[in-house]
Write a protein that binds this ligand. Structure first.
Ligand code: NAD
Length: 418
């Protein structure tokens, strides 16, 4: 994984690429390339042995023109201010492309959670929530899970917030467990939108999903669900990986069985049906019909992109291709369907969770999945319509053209303050 590309610069380049096709004005675009506010914190957390450790933490509120800031909280040793800024910007455009009434935010703590006990992680999360309290709320900024955080952390944040505020407000975070106000279908939502995007893409490109070879890099929440759901469409998931490495079987795996193996052993390696082990780079350059990068950003840089042989790439991860890789794949006629559409299922069902929380009225899973499908298919159609009508170079630019235009329209219609 290349650490050389600054994800915030990638985001700004993507906005510039879209702006070249829009009549928005340089001043407006400049404003849309920077966060409105970035909070930088040092959390003091007591370890189980009584010592106190300092953790760096961030929350970036990028743009609120279309609604409250919305975005996940990541726990990872590589979290940085620029990474959080980039991720919060991608959230703005992701919410705009699927047309849900949110702006974008993102948070993170520089930590490897595997090195801490549950009690230590709870104290750290509650310390973070306490510092965030003046800024978050169901009408202001709504956190959600991201890498290495999930329902447990969201429940802790909600509980801390509600205790300090002295009232219930389940919509302050999304991605909660069902019994604390979560939504049916939320856990699968990101992988489901990846599947829906792949299904629509194959249909648009006149390609058969039945029997298509698929490789998935990163077999976590997003990747494992996407793998299972494309398998349900008849595709063959021939390769999957996690940070321990990749496994391959030309006949395809049963992704649900691989997931069970990962749950039991902690990794996909040593899965009995694997014919061959390989590196993550080898997986990314397999000759497959569909490649789903579902790990972290910058997985494919320009050099590696030269060797990518997939016909279609659907991005489950945020920012898995560097801008250089994007150029190489555009020139090579590899169709890339971007993260801000493909993984928008997570935030879309977060939106449904928030709507249910505010109404105190909960939907069955079928309704959640139907509404999600409607949003993703409609966004896909908007994107391909822009791609054709404006003769755009690739689908990423099309997604940003649609999304940036929607944010610009919201900004213009609101006027300037003061
Ligand atoms: P996760 O922690 O559940 O899974 C990440 C997986 O990637 C793990 O299996 C990990 O072992 C693997 N991985 C890490 N480094 C790797 C490497 N170098 N090569 C191969 N595999 C590697 O996280 P997740 O929630 O599935 O998120 C994955 C990506 O999807 C992130 O970019 C995240 O921002 C994005 N995303 C997730 C959601 C969501 O709802 N979960 C929503 C939108 C976007």
């Amino acid at each position: 994984m290349s650490g050389e590309v600054n994800p915030f610069e990638s985001l700004q380049e993507q906005i510039d690429d879209a702006a070249a096709y829009l009549d928005a004005g340089d001043d407006v675009i400049e404003r849309l390339k920077h966060p409105e506010r970035v909070l930088e914190l040092n959390l003091s957390v007591e370890r189980d042995d009584g010592t106190v450790e300092r953790f760096e933490a961030f929350r970036s509120e990028f743009n609120g023109d279309r609604g409250p800031y919305k975005g996940g909280i990541r726990y990872h040793p590589n979290v940085s201010r620029d990474e959080v800024k980039a991720l919060s910007g991608w959230m703005v455009y992701k919410c705009a492309v699927v047309d849900i009434p949110y702006g974008g935010g993102k948070g993170g703590v520089v930590v490897n959670p595997a090195e801490y006990s549950t009690a230590e992680l709870e104290r750290m999360t509650r310390a973070f929530a306490e510092e965030l309290r003046p800024f978050i709320g169901e009408d202001t900024d709504i956190p959600a899970p991201d890498v290495n955080t999930g329902q447990r952390e969201m429940n802790w944040i909600k509980d801390t917030y509600e205790t300090l505020e002295g009232r219930t407000e389940p919509g302050v975070v999304t991605g909660k467990s069902l019994d604390t106000g979560g939504s049916e279908g939320r856990v699968e939502a990101t992988g489901r939108s990846v599947m829906l995007t792949a299904r629509e893409a194959f249909s648009y490109l006149d390609k058969e999903m039945e029997g298509a070879d698929v490789a998935v890099q990163g077999f976590g929440n997003a990747g494992s669900v996407a793998a299972s759901l494309v398998d349900d469409l008849g595709a063959d998931v021939v390769a999957v990986s996690d940070s321990s490495g990749a496994i391959y079987n030309a006949d395809g795996f049963d992704p649900r069985d691989v997931k069970q193996h990962k749950n039991e052993t902690g990794s996909v390696s040593d899965y009995a049906e694997s014919e061959e082990s390989m590196t993550n780079e080898e997986l990314l350059t397999l000759d497959v019909d569909l490649l789903i990068p579902a790990a972290l950003e910058n997985a494919i840089d320009a050099d590696l992109a030269e060797d990518v042989r997939a016909d279609v790439v659907v991005e489950a991860a945020n920012g898995p291709l560097t801008p250089g890789a994007d150029d190489v794949l555009t020139d090579a006629d590899v169709y890339v369907f971007p993260d801000i559409l493909a993984n928008a299922g997570g935030v879309t069902v977060s939106y449904f969770e928030w709507v249910q929380n505010r109404q105190r009225f909960y939907w069955p899973e079928e309704r959640v999945n139907d509404e999600l499908e409607r949003h993703i298919v409609s966004a896909f159609d908007d994107l391909t319509e822009a791609f054709e009508r404006r003769d755009l170079p690739n689908f990423r630019t099309a997604a940003y053209v649609v999304a940036v235009q929607r944010v610009v329209d919201a900004y213009r219609k609101s006027g300037n303050w003061p």
